[in-house]
Design a protein around this ligand. Structure first.
Ligand code: SAM
Ligand code: SF4
Length: 266
């Protein structure tokens, strides 16, 4: 489907949970978050139905995100349900990698082949303070396992202050090159203040070619990361919510005062 600015909207990012086992400083407040009540979180059947309707409307690319998608109970089953939908040509998942050692093999067997792992530093102490609670070796072991089971490509999402010339980013770049991973550098954004950045080595940040809709864990379709508008699939019906989200996708985002990365999915 094309929007009113002639952009072909074919990429659905699905946040399957707002919960996370980390507390990254740039993503979540230290005290934690007000969690969406379980009754409002879309069931697997609802997520699959939204995806099927999206695919019928020309969507081809799907990415699972969160919160941390691997903390959603039954995630492997959900991935299996989604990868069996015909018409998806590009299916990926973004994770912080901390649970990947356990999940890489079952996810691969369920049909997931592409994975993005967030990694901002290779310094264990910095990793701990950045994520408040995380352990770097969990991610490194997760990546090793993902490589061993055959994920391809494995991309590293590295959040930077400004650019990839920063020392931590350079270390991530070298690590990626040494392991056959692809590094992408995401400038730290502030949704509330509308501080927005173009992803180095990726597609994000170019409004004129933006092809995305985002589905939050409680079923709201967001046409733009930097806008407050959203259309809930339970309230409006799936077909209708998709149509309205595409029709009202802004030419360019300004600011988002209602959402954060952990409930939108990045
Ligand atoms: N928990 C998973 C993870 O961290 O990969 C998936 C969800 S997370 C919200 C998706 C992406 O958003 C991650 O790569 C994360 O680094 C990025 N992100 C979170 N807050 C950000 C911010 N303020 N600016 C730029 N990227 C951000
Ligand atoms: Fe969790 Fe990902 Fe946000 Fe970090 S960036 S707190 S891992 S959702």
């Amino acid at each position: 489907m094309y929007d009113q600015f002639n952009r072909r909207i074919n990429y659905l990012r699905i946040s399957v949970t707002d919960r996370c086992n980390l507390r990254c400083t740039y993503c979540m407040p230290e005290e934690g978050i007000v969690q969406i009540p379980h009754s409002q979180i879309l069931s697997f059947e609802e997520i699959v139905e939204v995806t099927k309707v999206a695919v019928r409307n020309g969507f081809e690319k799907v990415r699972i995100t969160g919160g941390e998608p691997l903390v959603r109970k039954g995630i492997v089953e959900l991935v299996r349900m989604l990868t069996s939908i015909e018409g998806i040509t590009d299916f990926g998942l973004t994770t912080n990698g901390t649970l990947l050692k356990k999940f890489a093999m079952p996810l691969f067997d369920a049909g997931l082949k592409r994975i993005n792992v967030s990694l901002d530093t290779l310094d264990p102490n910095k990793y701990k303070s950045l994520t408040r609670v995380g352990t770097l070796s969990d991610v490194l072991e997760g990546l090793e396992e993902a490589k061993r089971v055959g994920f391809n490509p494995i991309k590293l999402n590295c959040v930077v202050e400004k650019s990839s010339s920063e020392p931590d980013a350079q270390a991530v770049k070298a690590f990626a090159e040494a392991n056959g991973f692809i590094a992408r550098f995401i400038p730290k954004m502030n949704l509330d203040e509308g501080v927005f950045g173009v992803v180095e080595g990726g597609e994000g940040g170019h409004c004129s070619t933006c092809n995305r809709l985002r589905l939050t864990a409680n079923g709201t379709l967001l046409p733009c990361l930097f806008s407050d508008i959203g259309y809930n699939v339970r309230e409006l019906g799936i077909e209708n919510a998709i149509e309205m989200a595409i029709k009202n996708k802004p030419a360019c985002g300004i600011a988002n005062r209602t959402g954060e990365f952990y409930n939108i999915g990045g």
